[in-house]
Ligand binder design. Structure first.
Ligand code: PLP
Ligand SMILES: N[C@@H](CCOP(=O)(O)O)C(=O)O
Length: 472
């Protein structure tokens, strides 16, 4: 059966999986979500125990894809995507305390959880573009990790050009170099003089500029793309089942910025996985923690932290949760988003806030706690956390979770991506794995642009092959 996708703002075409994936942002500015949540039976979920990651991924993803991609083709793409991971379990669990586990999501090529979805998304997109004989122009925003993962997954592919906007000077050196040292001609790393929120706003503005969007055949690889979120739902299943689901609940604590990863946990729960609490962990850029406390989503300035990938205030995927929480009423979402655009804030009605709180808790960790957590966990358990994972670990320590329920902290990045901060906290400078050992010696290629969407559009239009094909 084919699932249809609808926009959270209710004013864009209803699409099938392949079109929703290629569309990225819906044409009304909203985000695509499945019209209904497919569920997996208890028996099916129980049957995931001991199965390879790729088999679980196929079972979780296939209901959302329907007949958009033939099942054997989907299976082959999933197998290929995860064959590149450096751990046989793909996303292994490590126990660090009584009922405390770390879910390592950083064994992909660029050492962050983004690889889990991006390695598959590149194959899915390439397949659909090839079937249709099309090219696309990917525009993406990054606070450090999405950009590297997207560039690695799409580099050298003949049907796409990739333009990644990063905030200048605000990503780690390893993150920057993962984007700037790739020689392939279809890759364009761009630094803007602004924040990640600015970069994401420019990406959305390009999508909302319909003439530009259509002329360049824009596609998105941020978690505004439904396929990203979907692929991330898989590891909630593998982790929970390894810890006793569906026969017991498992809590997850998720370092959060753009709300894609923790929303993927919500998707798993909606599909029938026995997820207990979903805890949103933020650094001092704590818009989500404040929202859960007060019911008011209010954007303030961004503060630079040692967990730069989470230095985000406008948390895109929250719109998807809001859509469900308000009973899937697009008018309410439209009005909240209009208020966000005009007044930088909106208020969530009591009933919707109560619905959100039924599944989610939230907490924040300041810089001192992050450093102290890295040092303490290393000292007590021998395990070295990265700064983003440390935010979640600290929040998990402070959260009022049932000690009898296993708690999984999502580890979203390898500590070697943030060596200065990890060394300052622990005295240990984590080494990059062998495939990146010479990263700091590779030549860089980076374009600097002003924090201005017109300048960015002009650059994309000049360099995208879609535009050149049309002019030829
Ligand atoms: C290392 C790391 N951890 C956590 C996050 C937060 O994930 P999300 O944006 O899906 O909430 C990000 C980026 O967003 C990240 O790069
Ligand atoms: N932390 C991210 C920000 C973008 O998030 P996405 O999941 O929406 O792509 C990054 O590292 O770029």
């Amino acid at each position: 059966m084919a699932i249809a996708y609808v926009s959270t703002r209710g004013d864009a075409p209803r699409l099938g999986f392949a079109d929703a994936m290629l569309a990225g942002l819906a044409r009304d500015g909203g985000l695509y979500v499945p019209e209904t949540w497919p569920t997996l039976s208890r028996e099916t979920i129980a049957g995931f125990a001991g199965r390879p990651y790729a088999e679980v991924a196929e079972a979780v993803i296939a209901p959302f894809v329907g007949d958009a991609i033939a099942r054997p083709t989907l299976k082959a793409m999933i197998a290929e995507a995860y064959a590149s991971f450096r751990h046989p379990a793909v996303t292994p669990l490590v126990q660090t305390g009584d009922n405390r586990f770390v879910l390592e999501l950083f064994h992909g090529p660029t050492l962050a959880f983004k690889d889990v979805a991006m390695q598959l998304l590149a194959r899915l997109m390439d397949h659909v573009l090839a079937e249709r004989g099309l090219r696309a122009t990917i525009v993406g925003a990054t606070s450090g990790d999405t950009g590297g993962a997207a560039i690695e997954a799409f580099r050298g592919r003949s049907r796409v050009d990739v333009f990644i906007l990063m905030p200048h000077g605000k990503v780690s050196e390893v993150q920057r170099r993962q984007m700037t040292t790739v020689p392939d001609a279809n890759v364009h790393a761009i630094a803007i003089d602004g924040s990640f929120d600015d970069a994401q706003a420019h990406v959305k503005a390009m999508f909302n500029h319909h003439a530009f969007r259509d002329r360049l055949a824009l596609a998105g690889v941020n978690s505004i793309n439904w396929a990203r979120v979907l692929a991330q739902a898989v590891y909630y299943f593998t982790a929970a089942v390894a810890l006793g689901a569906p026969h017991r609940e498992v809590d997850f604590v998720v370092p959060t910025g753009n709300f894609g990863d923790v929303f993927a946990g919500y998707v798993a729960k909606r599909m029938g996985l026995s997820v207990g609490r979903l805890v949103i962990a933020t650094n001092v850029n704590d818009i989500l923690a404040r929202t859960l406390e007060t019911g008011r989503y209010e954007v303030t300035g961004v503060t630079a932290t040692t967990s730069p990938s989470m230095d985000i205030q406008v948390s895109s995927n929250f719109e998807r949760l809001l859509f469900d929480a308000v009973g899937r009423d697009p008018a309410t979402v439209r009005s909240a988003m209009a208020s966000l655009a005009q007044a930088r804030s909106f208020t969530i009605a009591d009933e919707a806030l109560a619905a959100i709180r039924r599944d989610f808790d939230a907490g924040r960790a300041g810089e001192a706690e992050v450093g102290e957590t890295i040092a303490r966990v290393k000292r007590d358990t021998g395990y070295l956390l990265d700064t983003h994972t440390a935010v979640a670990y600290a929040v998990a320590d402070a959260a009022a979770l049932d000690p009898a329920t296993p708690t999984v902290v999502l580890s979203t990045a390898h500590p070697a991506k943030f060596p200065d901060a990890v060394e300052a906290a622990s005295g240990i400078r984590p080494a990059l794995p062998p495939h990146l050992a010479d990263l700091l010696d590779r030549p860089e290629r980076l374009t600097r642009l002003p924090n201005d969407v017109a300048a960015i559009e002009a650059y994309v239009a000049e360099h995208a092959r879609v535009a050149r094909d049309a002019a030829a």
